[in-house]
Design a protein around this ligand. Structure first.
Ligand SMILES: [Fe+2]
Ligand SMILES: [Fe+2]
Length: 323
C-alpha cells in the first residue's frame, strides 16, 4: 500500500506503553490470526518493541512477553503463507521468468483493479476519503524503516538498490523532500489522527505482516518481494486517490504524497525488479519462491483491506456484489 510512514506514530507509542488487552493463547486456531483483537495486540506490541528505549529492570519479563508474541507473529505469517503457497510455487525460478511473473502481478495480482479506487477518485465524499485515509495511515513501521530493516546483510546489488530507495524516502537528505512528513501534512489537511484503536483489523494485519517480514530474518526474501510489490502496485491506486483528493478541494501541496507516488513508484518498481529481484534470483533460485510468497502475502492482505473498506463505506450487501 502506498501509505508508508504512519502519521501519529510517535503519539501512539506514548499512549500504548503497555499491551492493554489480554494476549491470545498459544496455538490459537488459524482463523484466530485474523481477528481484530489479535491484530490490535500485535500492532500495539510492534509499536512498543520498535520504539527506541532505555534499559529497564524488568527486561527479562519483557523478553518472555516478546518470545510469546514472536511465536504468535510466526503463526500469523505461516497462516498467511499457507494461503498463497500454491500460487507462489507456480512462479518461475529463473531470473528473467521470475521478473516477468512478478511484473505481471500489476495485472493479475490479488486486489488489482479493485472497484474501491475508481469510486474514491470519482464519488467518495470528503468524509469517506477521510475515513479511508485514516485506515491506511495507522499501521506500524513506515516504508523507509521496512526497507532499512530488510537490507541488513543483503548482497551488494540489492543492498545498493534498497539504499537508493531509502534515500528517496529520506528526500535525498532534505527534510522537505521526505515522504513521511508529506503524509503528515495530508493527515493534518484531512484532520485525521490515526490510531490503532480506530483502525480496522485488516489494515492492522497488513502493517503487522509487513513489519514481521522485515524484522524476522527468515522472511528476509519475503520482505523484498512484499516491498517490491508495493512499488509495483502503488502508482495506479495513488493516482486515483490523488484524483479524489483533488476533487474534494485539497491543494497540490496537501495531496503531494499521492501525486508523487503515482509517478515515482513506477521508477522505484523498475529499479527494484532489475537491481534487487533479478540478481537475487540469479544467485539463488529458491529466493524466487520466497519473494513470490512475500508479494502475494502483501497483496492478499490488501484484498482483505479493500473488502472491509467497501463493507464499511458501501455497506455489506453492495460490497458483496463486487467481490
Ligand atoms: Fe515513498
Ligand atoms: Fe517508492
Amino acid at each position: 500500500m502506498y501509505a508508508e510512514r504512519r502519521p501519529g506514530e510517535d503519539d501512539a507509542r506514548v499512549e500504548t506503553a503497555a499491551i492493554a488487552d489480554p494476549q491470545p493463547a498459544r496455538g490459537s486456531a488459524p482463523w484466530g490470526m485474523f481477528t481484530e483483537s489479535f491484530q490490535r495486540n500485535l500492532a500495539r506490541w510492534n509499536h512498543q518493541r520498535m520504539a527506541p528505549q532505555f534499559p529497564t529492570g524488568d527486561w527479562r519479563t519483557v523478553l518472555d512477553s516478546d518470545h510469546h508474541m514472536l511465536e504468535l507473529e510466526g503463526e500469523f505469517l505461516e497462516e498467511l503463507r499457507l494461503q498463497v503457497a500454491d500460487e507462489a510455487a507456480q512462479a518461475p525460478t529463473d531470473p528473467e521468468g521470475f521478473v516477468a511473473w512478478f511484473e505481471n502481478l500489476i495485472q493479475t495480482g490479488p486486489g488489482q483493479g479493485d472497484a474501491l479506487f475508481p469510486w474514491l477518485a470519482e464519488e467518495a465524499s470528503k468524509e469517506e476519503l477521510r475515513w479511508f485515509f485514516e485506515q491506511e495511515a495507522a499501521g506500524e513501521a513506515g516504508f523507509e524503516d521496512l526497507v532499512a530493516l530488510t537490507q541488513v546483510k543483503l548482497p551488494t546489488l540489492p543492498k545498493l538498490e534498497l539504499a537508493r530507495n531509502y534515500w528517496d524516502e529520506m528526500g535525498r537528505g532534505n527534510r522537505k523532500g521526505m515522504h513521511g512528513p508529506m503524509l503528515d501534512l495530508l493527515a493534518e489537511a484531512l484532520n485525521v489522527s490515526p490510531s490503532i484503536d480506530n483502525t480496522v483489523g485488516e489494515s492492522l494485519a497488513l502493517a503487522n505482516a509487513m513489519t514481521a517480514m522485515a524484522t524476522a530474518r527468515r522472511y528476509a526474501w519475503h520482505s523484498v518481494g512484499a516491498l517490491g510489490v508495493i512499488e509495483l502496485t502503488a502508482p495506479g491506486r495513488s493516482a486515483l486517490v490523488a484524483k479524489g483528493l483533488r476533487r474534494i478541494g485539497l491543494s497540490g501541496k496537501e495531496r503531494h504524497y499521492f501525486d508523487l507516488h503515482a509517478v515515482l513508484d513506477v521508477k522505484h518498481s523498475e529499479a527494484w525488479n532489475r537491481e534487487a529481484l533479478f540478481p537475487l534470483v540469479q544467485e539463488d533460485s529458491r529466493r524466487a519462491t520466497a519473494m513470490a510468497e512475500g508479494a502475494l502475502m502483501r497483496l492478499v492482505c490488501g484484498v482483505r483491506c479493500f473488502e472491509r473498506y467497501r463493507d464499511v463505506l458501501w455497506g455489506p450487501s453492495v460490497s458483496t456484489a463486487f467481490n
